[in-house]
Design a binder for this molecule. Structure first.
Ligand code: 13P
Ligand code: SF4
Length: 308
């Protein structure tokens, strides 16, 4: 254990030095490992991080998250070098829909407007009319009040939640997050028994039966805000377990209990300090979206940013 700490502090020192030399920033998603969160210049949800990427003066952005997030950063800031420390860190949900599948779905519903979750590839985003995140999905669909038909992809659970909140019938795709699906209603019941005073916060990627048991349905940044503002001292958290570290460091006097220890996203855990250092040394793996895809995908993101 002590050996690991010495090794980590040495790695952190090297990362910091190289970051300066490369004029780089480290953007870290809320689900990343604690030691990775500790070296972050900025922590946040997928969209917050991309917005920071677009504003930063740095030339190199090390994106500690998954592939679609690095792609979104590349779409928003094509002149910067975007690095993903582990090229294999994908998002299974984003991989559940290809651009061709979306094109086919749009052909079946030619009058529908296509809304897509940010958890999609750049090629899928290029086929969307408008993008959304878990923070603003309800607002985006509410904004489309004059549209008769709305396609919502790829997450069927987020889509189902948005449909119920907006009272709109949405055309859904059969995508889902394998990590959030592991959180079951019995997990919430068990944790509530142990912590009867705790508020239950869940991510809208969870199963509908889990959402029904929640005090609040929130994105990861929404959970951060809720935890700070609520008078409650205890919270049961229904999302990927990495967020517990973030919530606890921001709110040391409050207690956070994962709804399920099984809600681990293996892709989010692929990024390590060693890989970050290697990424800065070798400037790899670079994620770059081609100009033709980028300009079309950018329109869907810009439309979302105009609304919220
Ligand atoms: P956020 O956009 O809320 O950070 O979520 C991203 C994600 O992958 C959720 O599983
Ligand atoms: Fe994708 Fe789920 Fe992992 Fe988020 S938690 S990156 S949606 S697999």
């Amino acid at each position: 254990m002590q050996k690991k700490q010495v090794k980590d502090s040495d790695l952190v020192k090297q990362i910091k030095e190289l970051k300066k030399a490369r004029n780089a920033v480290l953007l870290v998603h809320n689900y990343q490992l604690p030691e990775v969160q500790e070296v972050a210049d900025f922590r946040g949800d997928s969209l917050e991080l991309s917005r920071i990427a677009a504003k930063t003066e740095a030339e190199v952005i090390v994106f500690c998250g998954v592939h679609f997030m690095a792609e979104t950063a590349s779409i928003l800031c094509p002149d910067k070098t975007i690095l993903l420390p582990d090229a294999g860190a994908g998002c299974p949900m984003a991989n559940m829909m290809t651009a061709q599948e979306l094109i086919d779905l749009k052909k079946k519903h030619p009058k529908a407007v296509a809304v897509g979750y940010v958890n999609t590839s750049a090629e899928v985003k290029a086929e969307l009319d408008i993008c959304c995140t878990s923070t603003n999905a309800v607002a985006v669909v509410n904004h489309l009040k004059n549209e008769k038909e709305i396609i919502f992809v790829p997450d069927k659970y987020l889509g189902d939640y948005v449909a119920r909140r907006t009272k709109r019938k949405l055309i859904l795709w059969n995508g889902f997050c394998p990590t959030h699906m592991r959180i079951l209603p019995e997990d919430i019941l068990r944790e509530k028994k142990f912590h009867p005073k705790a508020k239950v916060l869940v991510h809208p990627e969870c199963l509908p039966a889990v959402l029904e048991m929640a005090d609040a349905v929130l994105s990861t940044s929404g959970m951060g805000k809720f935890a700070k503002e609520t008078p409650a001292n205890e919270m049961i958290v229904g999302t990927e377990v990495g967020i517990i570290y973030r919530l606890k460091t921001d709110n040391p006097d409050k207690e956070f209990y994962p709804a399920s220890e099984r809600a681990v996203c293996p892709n989010m855990k692929r990024t390590t300090l060693e890989k970050i250092l290697f990424s800065l040394q070798e400037l790899r793996e670079e994620v770059r979206v081609s100009d033709s895809v980028r300009s079309r995908a950018r329109k869907a993101i810009d439309r979302m940013l105009e609304i919220i």
